[in-house]
Design a protein around this ligand. Structure first.
Ligand code: BGC
Length: 750
């Protein structure tokens, strides 16, 4: 599907949206009646979101996962006296569905039985890769792994399961998908992105929002989605989370905006704001971004929610407001509807004061509250805000696990294979490295706890890589030695001794999971003790490297020692089994890198860099020289491309660019190939990038078979953001590149 042409039909969509159904008209009337009866305090409360921890007396922990307790006094105060509209989060770690049901029932009882307008609470949660705060739920690979599958249908299905299991716990609102484009590999939330390419991220945005929201928000299988974090959160200049992005507007529009456009086109119900500053301006105070762009140009109609404590931070971190009251004024005037406060009533109290003093018009609150109430209506909360006691059976079903297993298999990327893979069934395998016996390494952040690092928080039913290998290969055929640990310690001698009795060494290097500021790093290299382990194991015996990681940690120093390398990211609960099957050739790998794997610490260019970025120190040293290219991924078969056909006549700007290419499976076994269509503008006013991905498609081929793959790309997708920051399409020549095939096309002046 086209990327940039998607900008055009938005106006059309807005028109369609104005044809509301009778049910919507009825709810609009009810909303108007409620709004008219609401006091100023109730409106400010409705716009306030608190975290569950602030309303609880005891948190859950791994000894007592359902030991969490609500604090009845705090809860009553927040809901009945302060009229809060929303609650978020878990308290420390995942609850069972039963505990969620109890908690939500108590909350909704208070809201709908003991408040004047009986407005249900809108509960929101981070179901980042599955319903990761529900103990029985099915987790999936993180988004980066899903992007590696190149399978949009699968991504939609995974998100549909996430919705089903989140809603079954009684929670109707998800803070996802993350639509930040991953163009800064140091960033601690890289694995939460769909990678560096805007086209893939946009296609995945569509799939994710569709999967989460389904056909009807009030369905017991749907949740409201939140596209986050608007805008350009993922490009911190320093690489550290929540630090400023500095980027020209045309670059911002080209690379960071489109996934959000696609989400809005899918009627995403909420947008969460970027916590940091873009070009010096904190986004939470930026009217141009939150109102002019988001509501004016993009026609977003839903709820804008802040990120964690970010209104306060306009004062105490970004220092654009001399006090918290001014911070509240700035954020509301900029366009936020709901403040993730999340611990106190600074937002509520100051907002009330600002309206009383005439500094914020009450109409601003009316518009926000109307949006919040609309969302509650659309989710069916006014009809029934309670969890369905029978829905717990919807969580962790076999179809969900089958999908997670498929996603894990398709997410693995075979980066290198010198012929050692697949392994023989008879081989004795040594598993080593910090990732081989760790659930946290397989799952990454946002897994049962925020950081995902509490091994005791994981259900006992889950298998580590070692346990998966033992179960499939026979315990007697699998040896293991930790080799290196996250605390920096090593035991190379023991690993080497074990290696003597093995036919093959599988070294599972792993980044210790982390997200947001706890996940910040200052060195992209894989920790030194892990690299040393690989070097020590390089004795000539087949050495397979597996990478469990949040971002592309540099492995250049050891890649040459390895006979095979697999990028696995954080593949989730079925990652261990999927790795085993890949190594044994039980399926044919098809994952493709959705990012550029860097070779050098200070050369972090994406694939769609500029021609001038290719300048190196001398003619033999390219300026762009990654370890593995974006889109790279090997298979156990081979594919050949042939007969690329493109239009020979010049195209008009309103035409479609119709392309066909033959793909043949020239190897020994069935395989799935992703066909990437790159296009390069030969000359443009703003120096054009080397190439841009404009379409992709997957094809499964038995050995010896050829298929003709066709694409129809709107010529408008060849446009780019010009110096005036809007899309322009300059006539001229373009080059179409599919694998080793190349052809020129021309676009003429209308
Ligand atoms: C994160 C958001 C998340 C929110 C609620 C913030 O710290 O940046 O992505 O949705 O917390 O948990």
């Amino acid at each position: 599907m086209p990327v940039l042409s998607r900008l055009i039909p938005l106006a059309l969509l807005a028109l369609c949206a104005s044809h509301r159904s009778a049910a919507q008209d009825a709810s609009e009337k009810t909303i108007s009646a409620i709004l008219a009866a609401m006091s100023l305090e109730e409106k400010a409360g409705q716009m306030t979101q608190l975290t569950l921890g602030a309303l609880s007396s005891r948190e859950a922990n791994s000894e007592n996962p359902d030991g969490h307790q609500l604090d009845p006094v705090k809860l009553r105060h927040a809901i009945v006296n302060k009229h809060i509209g929303s609650i978020l989060n878990v308290h420390n770690m995942a609850f069972s569905a039963e505990h969620w049901h109890r908690t939500l029932t108590t909350i909704q009882d208070l809201a709908t039985k003991e408040t004047g307008h009986k407005i249900p609470i809108l509960y929101g949660i981070d179901s980042v890769h599955g319903a990761n705060y529900v103990r029985e739920a099915t987790l999936f690979p993180h988004n980066l792994g899903l992007a590696a599958t190149c399978n949009t249908q699968l991504v939609e299905q995974c998100h549909a399961i996430t919705a089903r299991e989140t809603r079954a716990a009684g929670i109707p609102w998800n803070f996802g998908p993350s639509l930040d484009v991953g163009r800064q590999p140091l960033w601690s939330r890289y694995v939460e992105t769909f990678g560096e390419d805007v086209h893939i991220a946009s296609m995945m945005a569509t799939a994710a929002v569709r999967g989460l929201q389904g056909n009807s928000l009030s369905s017991p299988h749907s949740v409201a989605a939140t596209a986050k974090h608007f805008l350009a959160y993922s490009f911190p200049a320093s690489g550290q989370d929540r630090t400023q992005s500095l980027l020209p507007e045309h670059y911002l529009r080209e690379h960071f905006l489109p996934p959000f456009l696609h989400a809005v086109e899918q009627n995403v119900q909420a947008i969460m704001v970027n916590s940091s500053e873009v070009n010096g301006l904190p986004v939470h105070a930026n009217h141009n971004v939150l109102t002019k762009l988001l509501r004016g140009q993009m026609k977003f109609k839903g709820v804008v929610v802040t990120d964690w404590e970010d209104v306060k931070k306009l004062h105490n971190l970004h220092r654009v407001a001399p006090n918290i009251k001014e911070a509240v004024r700035l954020s509301v005037q900029a366009g936020i509807d709901m403040c993730m406060a999340p611990n106190d009533f600074h937002f509520t109290n100051n907002l009330i004061a600002l309206v009383r003093e005439g500094l914020v018009p009450e109409e601003v609150l009316n518009a926000s509250v109307r949006r919040i109430l609309r969302l509650k209506f659309a989710l069916g909360l006014f009809d029934n805000p309670y969890p369905d006691p029978d829905a717990a059976g919807e969580i962790g079903k076999e179809d969900a696990h089958a999908l997670s297993r498929q996603a894990a298999r398709e997410s693995l990327v075979l980066l290198k294979n010198n012929g050692v893979l697949p392994l023989s069934k008879e081989s004795t395998i040594l598993l080593t490295g910090p990732g081989c016996h760790s659930l946290t390494a397989l799952h990454g952040s946002w897994s049962y706890t925020w950081q995902g690092t509490d091994e005791a928080a994981y259900p006992e039913t889950l298998d580590t890589v070692l346990e998966s290998f033992n179960a499939r290969h026979g315990r007697e055929n699998v040896l293991w030695a930790r080799g290196a640990q996250w605390d920096g310690s090593t035991d190379f001698d023991y690993a080497l001794r074990k290696a003597r009795n093995a036919d093959v060494i599988v070294c599972v290097l792993a980044e210790r999971p982390g997200t947001e500021t706890p996940g910040n790093i200052r060195d992209l290299s894989m920790p030194e003790n892990q690299l040393r382990l690989v070097r020590r194991l390089a004795t000539g015996k087949p050495l397979v490297l597996v990478l469990l990681e949040n971002r592309p940690r540099l492995i250049t120093k050891v890649a040459g020692h390895c006979h095979a390398i697999i990028y696995a990211g954080h593949p989730g609960p079925h990652g261990g089994g999927a790795l085993y099957e890949l190594l044994m050739g039980q399926f044919n790998p098809s994952g493709r890198l959705p990012f550029t794997y860097p070779r050098d610490p200070n050369s972090l260019l994406p694939y769609d860099h500029k021609h001038s970025d290719t300048i190196g120190p001398d003619k033999d040293t390219p300026g762009f020289n990654p370890l593995y290219e974006f889109g790279h991924g090997l298979s156990y078969t081979t594919f050949k491309y042939d007969k690329l056909k493109v239009p020979t006549e010049p195209l008009n700007q309103t035409d479609n660019l119709n392309i066909s290419v033959d793909v043949t499976n020239t190897g020994p076994r069935k395989g799935t190939e992703t066909v990437h269509v790159f296009i390069r503008d030969l000359y443009a006013t703003v120096a054009p990038p080397i190439k841009r991905l404009r379409a992709f498609s997957q094809v499964e081929l038995p050995p010896g078979e050829t298929k003709t793959i066709t694409f129809s790309i709107p010529v408008t997708d060849l446009s780019y953001f010009g110096t005036k920051n809007h899309l322009i399409l300059e006539p001229g020549e373009f080059e179409v590149m599919i694998s080793d095939q190349k052809a020129r096309i021309a676009v003429q002046q209308e």
